[in-house]
Design a protein around this ligand. Structure first.
Ligand SMILES: [Zn+2]
Length: 274
């Protein structure tokens, strides 16, 4: 044991020294090359072997799906800017892009060049707490995620003896056992760039929330209308001696299609499957 002893990486088997490996929460070692296939912001001491493997298996596909989501959003009136925006945060240069329809964003730093660019979700952007099977706690956490008033992204500013800013840190809380929070910090006298970046993420989160609520309300209105239409169709079928079952079945199919977002409403309120 010790600094110079080599240990085998649990994923690729390569024997590596202390400087080229990390220890997982489940006590195995992971080499730096394999670590680069996980989420850059994941802390290995919080990550189990299975969780690390899961990141390796899914990160690439998630990034590809996120990339594809911009094409899907092109015909809609939504905030989905394909290109990354850049902020200079002291010595760190951060690149960020967001799709508010999807409710997800990506953060990239120059120092992450050998990592997959990870995708993060607004509905998980809240203070980390340990997972619980308690239903009340789950509801509480859900209402936290849906709280439009909360500015979860915060900037901490450190000042020197002369009162001037010397260090800034942005913290994005994240409800993931391996990540818990996304922190970017730098020695800088410019807190405004940090604040501007935080404001941007907070406002994108609010945009996603209002969109999600709008979608839920629209779906509810469609379901009520469908219920009325179905009841009318059932009555009509009964009067005419036609199949009531078919009318009900059609109503259920329409209800499912509304949930899946496959229905649009005409100018006169009639529902059509897309
Ligand atoms: Zn390895």
């Amino acid at each position: 044991m010790g600094l110079f002893s080599k240990e085998a990486c649990t994923f690729c088997g390569t024997e590596v020294g202390a400087l080229k490996r990390s220890k997982l929460a489940t006590k195995e070692f992971i080499c730096n090359d394999c670590k680069r296939k996980t989420n850059y912001f994941a802390r290995m001491s919080w990550t189990t072997k299975d969780q690390a493997q899961n990141m390796m298996d899914t990160l690439g596909q998630e990034a590809a799906d996120f990339e594809a989501s911009f094409d899907a959003a092109q015909n809609r009136f939504e905030s989905a800017e394909h290109s990354f925006n850049t902020w200079d945060l002291g010595s760190k240069r951060v690149h960020y892009r967001c799709n508010t329809r999807l409710g997800a964003f990506q953060i990239n730093l120059n120092e992450m060049s050998r990592y997959e660019i990870p995708v993060f979700w607004f509905d998980r952007m809240m203070p980390y707490e340990f997972q619980s099977d308690n239903a009340n706690l789950s509801d509480m956490r859900r209402s936290k995620a849906m709280n439009a008033g909360a500015n979860y992204v915060e900037v901490d500013v450190t000042k020197g003896d002369d009162g001037k800013v010397i260090h800034c840190m942005i913290t994005i809380p994240y409800d993931d056992a391996c990540i818990r929070e996304i922190k970017i910090e730098s020695d800088t006298d410019d807190a405004s760039a940090f604040q501007d970046f935080a404001d941007r993420i907070n406002s994108d989160r609010r945009a996603w929330l209002s969109k999600a609520k709008f979608d839920a309300e629209r779906k509810n209105r469609m379901q009520v209308r469908n219920l009325g239409d179905t009841a009318a169709a059932v009555l009509k079928a009964a009067v005419k001696g036609e199949s009531v079952e078919d009318a009900v079945k059609e109503g259920i199919e329409m209800a499912n299609a509304i949930e899946e977002g496959k229905v649009k409403q005409s100018f006169f309120g009639k529902l059509f499957k897309k």
